[in-house]
Write a protein that binds this ligand. Structure first.
Ligand SMILES: Nc1ncnc2c1ncn2[C@@H]1O[C@H](COP(=O)(O)OP(=O)(O)O)[C@@H](O)[C@H]1O
Ligand SMILES: [Mg+2]
Length: 333
C-alpha cells in the first residue's frame, strides 16, 4: 500500500468550497449506503456538483444503488499505486451533477486480492492527504460512505470530514454498536491530539488516577482537562467536544423510534460532551427496498414515498448547519 499522494493534485483551488460528509455507523445494514446515495442525489438535484466516495471495501455497493456496472478502476487501484490520478477513477453517473468513486472493482473479488485488501484496510493511511486530494477534484460536496465498525479507515475518515453523520436503527444492537463506534472515535482522537500536543505522559498519569479523580466517563475527563490541565488540556478538550456527530435514526417503525434521535443526542452530550444533535428520522418503508431493487434513487422510483419528505427535512437541516457552522444544537427537534 503506498502512502496516499498525488502530486498533480496537491494545489487546490476548489478545496475551500468543497464540504465533506462522512456517514458511519457501528454496524452493517443500518442504511448508510441507502441514505448516502439518496442524500447525495438530493444535493446534486440542487445544482451542487456532488461526489460519493465508497469507502466500504468489504461491501462496496454504491454503484449498484445508482444502477452502474461494476467499475474497471477503483479506489483500491489508486491506493495501491495502479492508478496515479484520482480524477481517472471518478465515474459519472447517469444523473446530472452526481459522480462516484467505487471502493473496489470486480478483479479484487478473487481470493489473493482479498488477502491484499484485508492488509490494506489495516494500514494507517494518510487520511489528511487523501481528503485534501479528494477536495481538490472540484466538487461542491463529497459524501464518504464508510464501512461498518471501528477500523482505522472508518474512524479516521469520520474524524477528518467536515460533517460527521452517524446512522443507526432503533434496535438495541445497532445503538450499542454505535456507542462502540463513538467511543473508539473519542479515544482515537484523544490519542492523536495528545501526541500532537506532547501530552501523552499527562494522559497516562490521569488515566492511572481516574478512580480517585472520579472520572467515570469521557465527559468527566473533558471537564478535568479543561479545569486542571492548563492551556494544552483546554485545547484538547475543546477539540474533543467539537467532534459533534449528527444522528440519523433509520427504519423507524414505532412512535418511540421517532423520539430516539433526541434522546441519543442528549445522552451523548452528557456522556461525551460532544456538541451533538439529531439530524432526523427515516421511517421504515417497503418502498425503500423496492427502490434498491430497481437500483434507482427513491425520488425516481417511488416519488410518493413519505421517506422523501424526511430526507428533505434532513437536507434542510444540513443546509442550516452548513450556513451556521457550530449551530447544530439549534436544530428544530
Ligand atoms: N428506511 C428504510 N426502510 C426500509 N428498508 C430499509 C430502509 N433503510 C434501509 N433499508 C434496508 O436495509 C438494507 C441495508 O441498507 P444499506 O444502506 O445497504 O445498509 P449499510 O450500508 O448500512 O450496510 C437495504 O437493502 C434495505 O433493504
Ligand atoms: Mg453500505
Amino acid at each position: 500500500m503506498r502512502e496516499i499522494q498525488d502530486k498533480k493534485n496537491t494545489t487546490n483551488t476548489n478545496a475551500k468550497a468543497c464540504l465533506t460528509y462522512a456517514i458511519g455507523s457501528g454496524k452493517g445494514g443500518t442504511g448508510k449506503s441507502f441514505f448516502t446515495s439518496n442524500l447525495a442525489f438530493n444535493f446534486s438535484k440542487h445544482n451542487l456538483k456532488t461526489l460519493i466516495v465508497d469507502l466500504d471495501f468489504e461491501a462496496s455497493n454504491i454503484h449498484t444503488y445508482l444502477e452502474m456496472p461494476e467499475q474497471k478502476y477503483s479506489l483500491f487501484d489508486y491506493l495501491n499505486g495502479k492508478m496515479n490520478n484520482l480524477k481517472n477513477i471518478v465515474q459519472k453517473t447517469s444523473y446530472k451533477n452526481l459522480s462516484i468513486i467505487t471502493a473496489q472493482s470486480c478483479e479484487y473479488r478473487n481470493l489473493t486480492n482479498s488477502v491484499k485488501l484485508n492488509s490494506a484496510l489495516d494500514v494507517d493511511l494518510d487520511i489528511k492527504k487523501f481528503f485534501e486530494n479528494i477536495r481538490s477534484l472540484g466538487f461542491d460536496r463529497v459524501f464518504f460512505d464508510l464501512g461498518p465498525g471501528s477500523r482505522p479507515l472508518a474512524i479516521n475518515s469520520f474524524l477528518e470530514a467536515d460533517y460527521k453523520i452517524a446512522v443507526t436503527t432503533a434496535e438495541p444492537t445497532s445503538v450499542e454498536n454505535l456507542h462502540f463506534f463513538l467511543k473508539k472515535t473519542f479515544s482515537s482522537y484523544l490519542n492523536t491530539l495528545c501526541k500532537k500536543h506532547e501530552f501523552l505522559n499527562e494522559l497516562i498519569s490521569i488515566q492511572k488516577k481516574k478512580d480517585s479523580l472520579k472520572l467515570k466517563n469521557p465527559s468527566d475527563f473533558i471537564k478535568h482537562l479543561k479545569n486542571n490541565c492548563g492551556d494544552e488540556g483546554l485545547k484538547i478538550a475543546l477539540k474533543l467536544e467539537a467532534i459533534s456527530p449528527l444522528f440519523i435514526i433509520n427504519q423507524c417503525r414505532t412512535p418511540m423510534d421517532f423520539k430516539l434521535g433526541q434522546s441519543l443526542a442528549q445522552a451523548s452530550r452528557r456522556y461525551y460532551s460532544f456538541n451533538t444533535s439529531c439530524l432526523g428520522h427515516l421511517s421504515y418503508d417497503e418502498k425503500v427496498w423496492q427502490s434498491i431493487r430497481s437500483m434507482q434513487p427513491l425520488l425516481l422510483s417511488y416519488p410518493q414515498s413519505h421517506v422523501l419528505n424526511e430526507l428533505d427535512i434532513i437536507y434542510k437541516n444540513l443546509k442550516y448547519i452548513e450556513k451556521n457552522s457550530n449551530q447544530a444544537y439549534a436544530l428544530a427537534s
